[in-house]
Design a protein around this ligand. Structure first.
Ligand SMILES: [Zn+2]
Length: 71
């Protein structure tokens, strides 16, 4: 089952606000906003709910700089 993760970040280089979604797992997935590359690095509990911890990489649509974040 596919799980989508919404991300809202700011570009390291130009400060442009980047919004989009990344996918986790396989299956049907609809991309929204700026495409993000997602790599799961682990799981953690937040408010009693299981959340996935991962690394997202995206290309800024404004200046083409590659940005990396931990979500
Ligand atoms: Zn940028």
């Amino acid at each position: 089952m596919a799980e989508s993760i919404k991300v809202k970040v700011q570009c390291h280089a130009c400060g442009n606000s980047i919004e989009g979604s990344a996918k986790y797992g396989s299956g049907h997935y609809v991309q929204q906003g700026v495409p993000f590359e997602f790599t799961a690095v682990g799981k953690f509990l937040k408010n009693g709910k299981k959340r996935i911890k991962g690394e997202v990489v995206c290309i800024c649509p404004n200046c083409s700089v590659r940005n990396k974040y931990i979500v």
